[in-house]
Each structure stands twice: as structure tokens, then as C-alpha cells.
Design a protein around this ligand. Structure first.
Ligand SMILES: Nc1ncnc2c1ncn2[C@@H]1O[C@H](COP(=O)(O)OP(=O)(O)OC[C@H]2O[C@@H]([n+]3cccc(C(=O)O)c3)[C@H](O)[C@@H]2O)[C@@H](O)[C@H]1O
Ligand SMILES: Nc1ncnc2c1ncn2[C@@H]1O[C@H](COP(=O)(O)OP(=O)(O)OP(=O)(O)O)[C@@H](O)[C@H]1O
Ligand SMILES: NC(=O)CC[C@H](N)C(=O)O
Length: 786
């Protein structure tokens, strides 16, 4: 048996927080080492934080990253453990997204990312350049910065830069970075065919509802077809932007998951998982796959670096093989061709340096059993909604300097869902606090301004510890029902009841006097008094009278968020205003620009109405908030128009479409990449059973008209945690113009032409003999009456 102990992790890094990132990395290495691991993998760009974005255009970011790496070396964190770090690196004035592999105070290799992530939320090629894959560019010398030379073993002056495998005493290790796993020609296939035993993938991969499955399938297939061990590390939490990175570090051996870290957790900023790999099992697995043998025998070699001894050198046979098998036009840098002694990196060797083995010694082997498959934990979409945005909110709150949240709570589904997500966050905090999680308790105290870290040691007898979710919510969450003359008693009571169930500090405040005051200014100046439609007013008057109520709520929300902590005697602290517009409303533009849907952050802005309803029903049972049952059963309404005997305002009637239809449009527009014409073509087939082609045409045209009329609202959409692939969020995810020709003349004409073509075809079909006619003919021939 040849056993190797390995570790990977979830890290809660924060972009540009070099000091914090350094400590979390060191902590993860220490934990890996304590668990007996000799290889530690970390997330993508963990040194700087993944989400630095345009800060990757600043040389400072690269310099600070090297300073952090030097500090890791100097503190001895690379002694006796292979450390695979994610960091941005400049090479010959080009920025690369890299893995930096360190061992015993030496940098063995800098391995740049080969396939950058550039779709959806990702824009890596704005900051980085992809390294040409597959040996199209040779390994090159990389001169190390002074800060690293000063602390590296033997004052190492340079290392290798490029794509290579590390051979550590016969155990072969390679790095792959995030998106590369998702590509059709993934590097791990070549590495595996080259006999690589362990592949580490450092990722910065965001949460999306129902996505984890895909990641796990990719990992399994990476090792099921060709054998081997695959480690996956990920960022966990909010690192300063709209994404929640959902951790879930994994270890997979020969197609089976043997270790899985948490997907949603606030418990710790560092979570390390380990596994014991039996290398002989990998060999046995591979030998048995004859077809793999055939492909492995003819695969182009990937350069190997002999990294176990005292110096770093390229293996002669690998270089020779590589050159022989290389397509014309590709060549290694001359520095590495020729005599083996010339190829070794000329680093003088620290005499204290020990030789290193990844494989455990005979004595150590007795301590560990090879890791066995574990059942994979996959959550339902409802659970993902309960925990993903809740964990994002926690990171956001504790890093923002605010002391809680203010939420305009209408008693409708959306703001109730926002309140419920905050309650879920409070529950996560309370559970950790009751288990005496020091880190969470300190963060809770800091948020609430209950003393500094130094004053509030764990032992202080009277120091605050969140007792339960209800108690913590009473300090963190402030809700307000802001009633107007159009509000109903039912929504008012539901808001109050839900706030009580959650424990929120709830207010009930009238806004009519403020609305009347604003309107009186208008009337005074303009000399006209607008009326609602039910009172005989025009559409424009009707909309203006609704919008002023909605906007006054926003103004009051900010006032209360600023002053409530002061009014409650909680000092000079402020609250973050929460918004509650869902993905479907945003898509249709069914919201008032700069009303209470505009806020500081919005936990549900990436979630569809359909999923939110399912989540609320889940919360009735799982969180015990019974009021949510009534919330779900009530028809969604804005309550901005007067209710009369004949008229009650509802969202779906107002919007001219149902939420279910909106989800279909949303998916086709974004995920299906449909313009108006192809959406019409798809829907005229999909909805054929209950709608005529001209009805479908009207619906599609109406959707595109409303979408384009309101697209400008997406430019000021409250930042929300990304959860849904059809989000219309304009700033990072769904980049589109916001001034459209809302008549879509070219496209709509084609839809009309297609509709009339279908109608003509149908009437021609009607003219053709039908099955019924055939039966009649047959019956006539047979002499029977039809
Ligand atoms: N192309 C363009 N580029 C940039 N800005 C543009 C623009 N076109 C209009 N605008 C601006 O946008 C304004 C129109 O938008 P806005 O003021 O929002 O008003 P508008 O979209 O006309 O009305 C809001 C709609 O949302 C409904 N609503 C209100 C409140 C709550 C809810 C709910 O979610 O339940 C729904 C309400 O019933 C109404 O149908 C214009 O006055 C103009 O200032
Ligand atoms: N009576 C009210 N009291 C407090 N806040 C309100 C009230 N009416 C609306 N709001 C706030 O304004 C936001 C937008 O109002 P809108 O009528 O569009 O609600 P919505 O998006 O359908 O959400 P909900 O389902 O929560 O009513 C709401 O999410 C809520 O935060
Ligand atoms: N950072 C990356 O390369 C991430 C891209 C990848 N498609 C993901 O969503 O996980």
C-alpha cells in the first residue's frame, strides 16, 4: 500500500484583504498539517481574493500577492507540505491567473490558467491572459521577486513558469484551475493519461440554484473514466460582490466522492477536509481499463518536474519525449534543452532542507485507512434559498460596518421572503453561538457594537451571546409596515404577525400625511390634482399616484434605517436597507424606479417568484413561521390603488401576464438566447395545446415591449446575490442596451408573417382530405352510411 494524505479547503477570502487572506491561508495549511496531510490545495486567487476585478489591472495587487507568499514561506508554512496556492502573477508584463506550488520554502512551479472563465458572471480575460495549453508554449524561467528570494530556501532566485506535472518521489501531482474542469478538452484528461496521480483544482465558483450537481458530475467523470484522485477547493462566502461562492470543497477518487465540505456555512472562515489516497488503488483501477492504456500509450507527454530532491529540475526523458511528439512550430525554451545539469534551476540549496516524500512512511501508514466513498449531500432549491443568500447576508453585514437591517415589510410574498432569509441567517448565527463558536459570537458582538474584540473575551461573564434566532433577530432586523389609504387590514396583520414570529423589531407607520403633503405641493405649483383610474383619472395620473406612495416608502426607509438604532438607544450605528424585488418583476419592469424596491442590498433579487413561493412553504414547516402559509395563499398585489366593490388590484392583472409565463419568457430570453422571433417559434410549439399562434404572437410581443420599455430600471437595480441563470441584472450578469426601439418593427413583422403563414397552412390543411373524410370514403365504398 502507498498511502498519501491530502487536504483541500473552503476559504472565506475577501478581495484585497491581504492581511486577512494571509491568516486564513496559514490557518488552512496548519490544519492540513495537523491532520497529517502532505499536500494542501487552496481556492483560485486566494491570496488576493477572487473578486478583485479591475484591481487586477493594478501592479500593487501583484506585488502584495508576492508579499503574502513571501510571508507564508518565512513563517514556515511550506515546510514538509506541498502547498498549492492561487495567486495573480505578472510574467513579462502579462497578467496570469496562477497556481503557485511551494514546498520546503521553494517555489517549484508557477502554473498559469489555460482556459479563462468569461461567460455569465465571469470576465477573467478583462484582467488576465490565458496561457497557451498543450505545450504550445514552453516552460520558462521566472525570476522571483526580492521579497521571495530573501526568505526562500537557498535564496532561490528563479523558478519555472508554465504547464507541467510535479513528480514528487514517484507521486505525480498536477494543477488545474476552475473553468478548465468545465471545458470539453480539459487538461486533467492529458494529465491523467500521463499518469498523474493527484490533480488539484483551485476554484472561485459561485452559487447558482441547482448547480452543485453539475460540479459533482464533472469531478466524478474526471476520475471515473481514467482513474486518479481529484481535489477541489473553493472560495466560500461573499468576497465583496454579488456572488455567493458556495465552497463545497471535494475529494474524489476513481469516480467516487470521499470527502465533501459544507456548501453553506458561517461557522468558520477556514474549513479543511482531508482524505487518504491509496495510490495502488489508482494504479489497479487504471490497469483494468484497457482502452485507457491504448490512449495513454500514445498521448503527448506533459513536461515533468522532479520536485522531491534538493533541486528543481526537468526530467530529461520528458523533455525529449515532449519535443519529439510536439507539433511543428512549438519548441521549448533553449534554456531547458540539452544537458540535465544546465536545466536545473540554479538555486543554491539550503543545507537545512529535508528531502520530502508525499507517501506516508510505514509507521504512518498504520494510522490511516484509505478513504471510502461518502454519500453526496445535495440540498433542495428551497434549502439553497434559505442558506445561500443568508450566508451572503451575514458576510455582507459583518464586513459592511452596519449594525443590522431595515426592511419595509408589506405582508406580501417578496418582502416576507426577504424577512425569512434574514431569520434564516439569525438561526445560523444562533446555532453557532449556542455551540460557543467564538468567531461567530465575536462577529455578532462587533455588529451590535457590544464592545471591541479586546474587551469582549469569551470569558467575560456578562458578554453577550445570541440566545436564539428570535432574540438575535430582535436586535438585527427592523421591519416596518407603511400603510397608506390603499393598504388592507389583511396585509397589515400578516406583516405584524410574521415580524412577531421572526422576532423582528416591528413598526407600523402611516404614510398618507406625507403623500398628501407631496401631492399638495404638486397641486399648488401645477394647479392640477391627479386622480386614480377608478376615480376617473387617466393612466398617467393613476401611475403617478401609485408611484408617489411607493417612493415615499423608500425615503422613509432610509430615514428610519439611519435613525432607529439611535432612537432605540443603540448608539451611533446605522442599518442596511433591504429590498425585495424578485427576478420576474425585474424582467417585466413591474416595479417603481426608486421606490422601496430600491435599497442597499436585496437578498431575493436573483430568485424567481415560483421558487420564492416554494421557499415560503418550506419555511412554514422548517422554520415554523405559520403566517407564511397565508402569505403564499394571498394573491400578489401592490395595494397602491383604491379598492372598490368591482376592482381589486393584483400583480398578474396589472402585468398582463402570469408569474409562470414570466419564468418561461425569462428562461428563453437569457438561457435559451432567444430574440423575439425565435421565442415566438419556440412558444408556438410549446403552448400549442392551449393557445393559437396569434395568441402566442401577442403574448411574445407584449412581453418584449414591456421588457424593453422597462429595461432602464435594470441599470439601477439594487445589488442582489446572484442565484438564477435567467437574471436580467444589468450591471454584472446580463449586459444589454437600455434604450430600445420598443416597437421592435423588424422582429415583430416577422412574427406577424410567421403567424399568417401558420394560419394559411392551417386553412390549406383543412382543405385537404382528413382522416374523417377517408373513413367516410371507405364507408361509402363498403356501402355503409358515413
Ligand atoms: N428609456 C428610459 N430611460 C431611462 N429612464 C426612463 C426611460 N423611460 C422612462 N424612464 C424613467 O422611468 C420613469 C418610469 O418608471 P417608473 O417611475 O418606475 O414608473 P412606471 O414604470 O410607469 O410605473 C411603475 C409600475 O410599477 C407598478 N408597481 C408599482 C409599485 C409596486 C409594484 C409592485 O412591484 O408590486 C408595481 C405600477 O403599478 C406601475 O405599473 C419615467 O418617469 C422616467 O423617469
Ligand atoms: N404597505 C407596505 N409597507 C411596507 N413596505 C411596503 C408596503 N408596500 C410595499 N412595500 C415595500 O415596497 C416593495 C415594493 O412594493 P411592491 O408592491 O412592488 O411589493 P412586491 O415587490 O410585490 O413585494 P411584496 O410581495 O412584499 O408586496 C415591497 O417589497 C416592500 O418592501
Ligand atoms: N472561476 C471560474 O473559472 C469559474 C467558472 C465556472 N464555470 C464556474 O461557474 O464554476
Amino acid at each position: 500500500m502507498r498511502l498519501v494524505r491530502v487536504a483541500t479547503c473552503n476559504l472565506n477570502q475577501w478581495s484585497l484583504d491581504f492581511a486577512g487572506n494571509l491568516e486564513r491561508i496559514c490557518c488552512s495549511i496548519a490544519r492540513a498539517r495537523e491532520a497529517g496531510a502532505r499536500y494542501r490545495l487552496g481556492p483560485e486567487l486566494e491570496v488576493s481574493g477572487y473578486g478583485c476585478e479591475d484591481h487586477f489591472l493594478e501592479p500593487d495587487t501583484f506585488v502584495h500577492s508576492w508579499e503574502v507568499i513571501a510571508e507564508i514561506i518565512a513563517r514556515g508554512y511550506t515546510d514538509d507540505i506541498l502547498v498549492d496556492l492561487g495567486a495573480p502573477v505578472l510574467h513579462r508584463h502579462v497578467a496570469y491567473n496562477c497556481r503557485v506550488l511551494l514546498l520546503n520554502r521553494r517555489i517549484l512551479l508557477i502554473r498559469p490558467k489555460l482556459a479563462l472563465a468569461d461567460d455569465g458572471n465571469y470576465r477573467e480575460s478583462r484582467w488576465f491572459t490565458a496561457w497557451p495549453a498543450n505545450g504550445r508554449r514552453a516552460l520558462e524561467k521566472y525570476p522571483l521577486p526580492d521579497c521571495v528570494r530573501q526568505v526562500a530556501a537557498g535564496a532561490q532566485a528563479e523558478t519555472l513558469f508554465g504547464e507541467a506535472l510535479l513528480d514528487i518521489g514517484g507521486v505525480v501531482v498536477a494543477s488545474e484551475t476552475c473553468e478548465e474542469l468545465f471545458t470539453p478538452d480539459a487538461p486533467h484528461i492529458r494529465y491523467s493519461l500521463n499518469g498523474c496521480d493527484i490533480i488539484g483544482n483551485g476554484s472561485g465558483s459561485h452559487h447558482n440554484l441547482r448547480k452543485l450537481n453539475q460540479r459533482i458530475d464533472l469531478l466524478r467523470s474526471a476520475t471515473a473514466k481514467g482513474g486518479g484522485a481529484y481535489l477541489y477547493a473553493n472560495q466560500q462566502g461573499c468576497d465583496g460582490g454579488r456572488l455567493y461562492y458556495d465552497g463545497c470543497a471535494l475529494i474524489c477518487i476513481n469516480g467516487e466522492i470521499v470527502a465533501q465540505a459544507s456548501q453553506f456555512s458561517i461557522a468558520d472562515e477556514v474549513e479543511v477536509i482531508t482524505a487518504t489516497i491509496d495510490l495502488d488503488e489508482i494504479t489497479a483501477y487504471r490497469i483494468a481499463i484497457a482502452s485507457r492504456g491504448v490512449q495513454a500509450a500514445s498521448t503527448a507527454p506533459v513536461p515533468r518536474i522532479d520536485a522531491a530532491g534538493r533541486s528543481v529540475s526537468l526530467r530529461h526523458e520528458d523533455i525529449a519525449g515532449r519535443i519529439d511528439g510536439m507539433p511543428t512550430g512549438c519548441a521549448f525554451s533553449p534554456a531547458f534543452i540539452g544537458d540535465a545539469s544546465q536545466r536545473a534551476v540554479p538555486a543554491s540549496v539550503d543545507p537545512s532542507e529535508r528531502s520530502f516524500r508525499l507517501v506516508l512512511s510505514d509507521g504512518e501508514q498504520l494510522q490511516y485507512m484509505p478513504s471510502q466513498p461518502v454519500p453526496v449531500r445535495l440540498l433542495s432549491a428551497e434549502e439553497e434559498i434559505a442558506y445561500g443568500p443568508a450566508c451572503w447576508l451575514w458576510d455582507y453585514l459583518r464586513r459592511s460596518g452596519a449594525s443590522g437591517f431595515f426592511l419595509p415589510l408589506s405582508g406580501g410574498a417578496d418582502s416576507s421572503a426577504t424577512a425569512t432569509i434574514v431569520a434564516s441567517m439569525c438561526r445560523l448565527v444562533a446555532v453557532e453561538a449556542q455551540q460557543r463558536n467564538d468567531h461567530v459570537i465575536r462577529e455578532a458582538r462587533r455588529i451590535l457594537g457590544l464592545g471591541t474584540d479586546a474587551e469582549l473575551t469569551e470569558n467575560a461573564a456578562d458578554a453577550y451571546i445570541p440566545r436564539d434566532a428570535h432574540e438575535f433577530a430582535s436586535r438585527i432586523l427592523h421591519t416596518a409596515y407603511m400603510r397608506s389609504e390603499n393598504s388592507s387590514r389583511a396585509t397589515r396583520e400578516r406583516a405584524a404577525q410574521l415580524a412577531k414570529e421572526i422576532g423582528a423589531y416591528h413598526l407600523d407607520l402611516p404614510i398618507d400625511a406625507v403623500v398628501a403633503a407631496v401631492l399638495s405641493v404638486f397641486t399648488l405649483v401645477a394647479g392640477e390634482r391627479p386622480r386614480f383610474r377608478v376615480q376617473g383619472g387617466s393612466a398617467v395620473e393613476n401611475a403617478a399616484l401609485q408611484n408617489i406612495q411607493a417612493r415615499i416608502r423608500m425615503v422613509l426607509s432610509y430615514l428610519f434605517a439611519q435613525l432607529l438604532p439611535w432612537a432605540r438607544g443603540h448608539g451611533q450605528r446605522t442599518l442596511l436597507v433591504l429590498g425585495s424585488a424578485n427576478v420576474d418583476e425585474a424582467l417585466r419592469g413591474y416595479l417603481t424606479k426608486y421606490d422601496a424596491s430600491s435599497a442597499d442590498i436585496n437578498p431575493i433579487g436573483g430568485i424567481s417568484k415560483h421558487d420564492l413561493r416554494r421557499f415560503l412553504l418550506w419555511a412554514v414547516h422548517e422554520l415554523g413561521f405559520e403566517t407564511l402559509q397565508q402569505v403564499v395563499e394571498a394573491p400578489p398585489t401592490a395595494e397602491l390603488e383604491p379598492i372598490t366593490g368591482e376592482y381589486v388590484q393584483t400583480d398578474e392583472a396589472d402585468m398582463g401576464m402570469t408569474y409562470a409565463e414570466l419564468t418561461v419568457y425569462g428562461r428563453l430570453r437569457k438561457i435559451g438566447r432567444c430574440g423575439p422571433v425565435s421565442m415566438y417559434e419556440r412558444l408556438s410549439r410549446l403552448w400549442k395545446a392551449h393557445l393559437s399562434p396569434s395568441q402566442v404572437a401577442e403574448k411574445v410581443k407584449f412581453f418584449f415591449r414591456m421588457y424593453s420599455v422597462n429595461r432602464h430600471k435594470m441599470t439601477v437595480l439594487t445589488p442582489s446575490v446572484h442565484c438564477e441563470n435567467y437574471s436580467p441584472e444589468d450591471n454584472r450578469f446580463d449586459l444589454r442596451p437600455f434604450l430600445y426601439n420598443i416597437r421592435w418593427p423588424w422582429q415583430f413583422r416577422q412574427i406577424d408573417a410567421l403567424t399568417s403563414k401558420v394560419a394559411t397552412a392551417a386553412s390549406e390543411r383543412d382543405a385537404l382530405p382528413s382522416e374523417r373524410d377517408c373513413h367516410a370514403n371507405l364507408a361509402q365504398i363498403a356501402g355503409a352510411s358515413p
